[in-house]
Design a protein around this ligand. Structure first.
Ligand code: XMP
Length: 508
């Protein structure tokens, strides 16, 4: 597969470059600038990302370009462009005028292959504190804006291109054209990276890797584990043994419904009812992190016991996806934001299983594309994210089966309501919280003293930041009414209007 290597200098936009290149159906990989992989014949070009550093800073990132510059087509973005200019003997200085936000190209060298099809006046997105003041002699300007003369350049005699703006950001209106020009025309990559080709090569690789061994995989009802399972199933059929644990903290009827649809998909899956075990370990536990730990540990115990029943299992299948892989080897080190969320991922060493992670090169939207191609129903593919510890972190304070029941009913009314109103796919995630608070109400002629629930719906891209969804008042009124009328034990409904940060999506 033709491949582009993106060297990451720590820019917030690096993943976006990768996603935009993959949208051109060209495969690419991100590597830290100081861990350059061996560049085989499949590597057709290299991209340098931006960086929060100034190239004049004493600790600025310095890549080893021995096997890259002049040997492979290179596109240097922002920091990359400044670094190369300085490296060639030019001058980079702190910019005197603001070079942040939208700008328009007022000079374009349309004979340059990178700029082909980019119209005069094209809007680009600038985001840099430094600027190139003097360009080395054999560097030729290929585009400019009013304030930035050297917005882009090419080094003569080699396929090295650089731009100070960010083509990957959607405010750069012709950014996709420019990236296409680079990967397709300059690097000559075949545009063959598609869900179909991914499935074909992965199935082949999985067969080679796993051979006749058995694989165990924990299903969660989520998109990633489901797609990983269906892909493995296509490769090795009934050598794949799936385990789906009911921890008693799932949505209403979720266990039964999802188990049924897994069976429809032809998966070899065992449903394990461990509800009471989870309720027992959670009894009286109020601290959110202690709840997470107790649930994580119990899951491992249950899973381990089930996995042992599958004699001679050699592999553990997991739905790890690319952002997790990049995070854990990133320039900046593992990000704080991953925190204890990935509690279901790590299984203890004593299980002695080798890992097989068929989705580790895919972004979330690509996982969905592959899932659709594999024939998984849209209803499953388009599901909102749901946390591993489930409703336990939406029941503030201690968890009891009765509270779970109340919250399942409330959540069901809310989620079904969103579906019926055509709003489900417009929000990124939604759910309800049961608060450890009682309030006074009246029903008929009677005074009530019952629980408060909070509804939460958010817009987000990756869950790292989020804004509350501006759901229609009429819709909220209807849902609130339905909840209070139908769910015994609840007499008040609130809607959470906090964004993340400073709040988080889950309340615990
Ligand atoms: P927060 O609450 O941190 O949530 O804003 C961000 C995203 O992560 C999910 N989440 C979890 N997922 N185990 C998980 O598997 C957890 O412990 C956990 N806590 C939060 C949350 O649902 C949201 O999508």
């Amino acid at each position: 597969m033709d491949t582009i290597i993106i060297l990451d200098f720590g820019s917030q936009y690096t993943q976006l470059i990768a996603r935009k290149i993959r949208e051109q159906h060209v495969y690419c990989e991100i590597h830290p600038f100081n861990k350059i992989p061996t560049l085989g014949s499949d590597v057709k070009g290299v991209v340098f990302s931006g960086s929060p550093f100034s190239c004049n800073a004493p600790d600025a990132p310095v890549p080893n370009m021995t096997n890259i510059k002049g040997k492979l087509p290179l596109l240097a973005v922002c920091y990359g462009a400044q670094y190369l200019a300085k490296w060639g003997g030019g001058r980079v200085q702190q910019s005197k005028i603001r070079e942040y936000g939208r700008a328009n190209l007022n000079y374009i060298d349309n004979n340059n292959p990178l700029m082909k099809g980019v119209p005069m006046g094209s809007q680009v997105w600038m985001s840099h504190g430094d600027t190139i003041e003097i360009l080395p002699e054999n560097y030729k300007v290929i585009c400019s804006t009013e304030n930035v003369q050297y917005a882009g350049y090419k080094i003569e005699g080699e396929e090295t291109y650089a731009i100070q703006f960010h083509p990957e950001v959607h405010h750069s209106v012709d950014g996709n054209t420019l990236l296409r020009n680079f990967v397709v025309d300059i690097c000559c990559c075949q545009q063959s990276w598609t869900p179909e080709s991914f499935i074909e090569t992965t199935v082949k690789e999985l067969r080679e890797k796993v051979g006749g061994d058995k694989v165990v995989l924990g299903l969660s009802g989520g998109v990633d584990s489901t797609v990983a399972a269906v892909l493995l199933n296509r490769a090795i059929g009934h050598q794949l043994h799936c385990i789906f644990v009911d921890n008693g903290l799932l949505r209403k009827n979720e266990f039964e419904n999802v188990l049924e649809s897994y069976k429809d998909m032809g998966l070899n899956v065992k449903g394990v009812d461990a509800k009471n075990r989870f309720y027992e370990v959670l009894a009286g536990v109020k601290d959110p992190e202690k709840k997470r730990k107790a649930i994580g540990k119990t899951f491992i115990d249950v899973f381990d016991a089930e996995a042992k029943l599958i004699t001679d299992a050699k592999w553990l299948g997991q739905g790890t996806i690319y952002p997790d892989v990049i995070e854990s080897s990133s320039v900046k080190g593992p990000s704080q934001t991953i925190k204890s969320h990935h509690n279901v991922g790590g299984l203890p060493d004593y299980m002695k299983l080798k890992l097989v992670e068929p989705l580790r090169s895919l972004f979330k939207d690509e996982v969905r594309g592959v899932g659709r191609q594999l024939g998984i129903k849209d209803e499953l593919i388009g599901r909102h994210p749901f946390p591993g510890p489930g409703l336990a972190i939406r029941i503030l304070s201690d968890v009891t089966p009765e509270k779970v029941h109340i919250l399942q009913e409330v959540d069901h009314i809310f989620i079904q309501g969103l579906r019926n109103a055509g709003l489900y796919d417009k929000v990124w995630q939604a759910g309800a919280m049961l608060l450890p608070v009682q309030s006074v109400g009246v029903m008929g002629d009677e005074r009530t003293y019952e629980s408060v629930v909070a509804l939460r719906a958010v817009e987000s891209v990756d869950g790292m930041t989020a804004d509350w969804s501006h759901l229609p008042y009429d819709f909220l009124a209807k849902i609130s009414n339905e909840i209070i009328n139908r769910v015994k034990g609840v007499n008040r409904v609130c809607y959470d209007i906090s964004s993340k940060p400073p709040a988080t999506i889950e309340w615990e």
